[in-house]
Design a protein around this ligand. Sequence first.
Ligand code: NAG
Ligand code: NAG
Ligand code: ZN
Length: 437
Amino acid sequence: MSVTIRLLLFVALVGIVSGKHEEYIGWKSYYVELKSQTQLKTLRTLTSKYEIDALVHPILDREGILIVKPEHQKAFEQEAKAEEIAYRIHVDDIKRHLDHDDRILQKHRRKSMNRSGGRRLPYDSYQEIEVINDYLDYIGETYPNVAKVVDAANSFEGRPIKYVKISTTNFEDESKPIIYIDGGMHGRERISPPPVTWAIHKLVENVTEKDLLERFDWILLPVANPDGYQFTFTTNRLWRKSCSNDQHLLSTVCLGVDLNRNFDFYWNTAGTSDSPCSDTYAGSKPFSEVEARVVRDILHENVHRMAMYVSFHSFGSMILYPWGSGHLPPNAVELREVATVIAEEINKHSIPDFPRYFVGNSALMIGNEVSGDAEDYAYNLGVPLAFTIKLPYPKVTSSLEGYLLDPMYIGQVCRETWEGLIVGARKAGDLFKDKNN
Ligand SMILES: *[C@@H]1O[C@H](CO)[C@@H](O)[C@H](O)[C@H]1NC(C)=O
Ligand SMILES: *[C@@H]1O[C@H](CO)[C@@H](O)[C@H](O)[C@H]1NC(C)=O
Ligand SMILES: [Zn+2]
């Protein structure tokens, strides 16, 4: 199809689509269960053939949830049947469920704004970017001795990209290891900023683990992709990418770049797309996106004493480590050990609604190679421990209400994840000390 025709088609579509979530009418999501490596491979083929979107990545012995567009549902079902891949409907009308999510959010919004006076950050609902940024500024103003807010850059659409540096020694004690955590790299993964702001809360407002402040300096970036995050409130709830429009001729109609494919490490060689209309578009060049450059610059500035990098994503209850190619790096044993310590601690504090955490190499576990992601980039740069943590999605048996994680689970995710970070940081600190002595 020529570019012009595609453009015209797209404009025509946009013309029809107007109400909220209208673009998801007729979309379905499916539970999928995989029994073998062969099925894992087959699924990878189906995924690209039918433009399938994994809401929860299926792995061996753990059901996943796949989103399938109306035009591909029949073919997908037929082929899954032929390959003996077990599937059943999760949600038969995604639009209806997204509308329902909006109503839950609306209900909570009024309540929490009242209770908080719009000041502190509430955890009973997903917050828009201004609320999170206000909270970060409030932390910086209220606790200037430990917390410093950095306005790193403006996003493509001009929103501030803010992170917090937390230190009892003004970041001047070069012997302290640094822990760096980010979230919100993928817009729709709205559960990923709360554990980051919760970590700020636990390191500044309610310190119960003093050693974590004494031993470490912290860098916390709750929303790495403010444009994409806010776009999920205003325009498209399932938006994943940034919102740039300068990458490609088609970028004015198909916005954005997958930030977690935009890093300069085997850039655009696996698990990516050259089409700006794809959810995994890698961009016109490595670090084309200012949002990815902010993460890069934090890593470069601090790598000499960075003990651990954690990037929150969703969903899947998994802790993943390099490489995205499926090869295991030199300290794979250590990576696995620390990931396991974190996973076991989270499991200990989790609830029956959530599956237990699994730990593994990112490509081997999911059956998908990726390139140009932040975790690999950080590790290659020299951060000894780099993890992607995919936060939990409730099991089938739960009284699931919200499609994209009912807000009632936010507090639980924050608390259990923090327990994992406590032990993970301590372990990372011990390993870092051993290595540097
Ligand atoms: C919220 O605050 C407004 C204004 O202060 C007040 O009129 C209203 O009754 C409050 N609503 C609830 C549910 O507390
Ligand atoms: C601080 O955290 C502890 C442990 O999580 C909790 O029991 C306590 O209620 C918190 N205090 C405040 C003031 O939030
Ligand atoms: Zn993600």
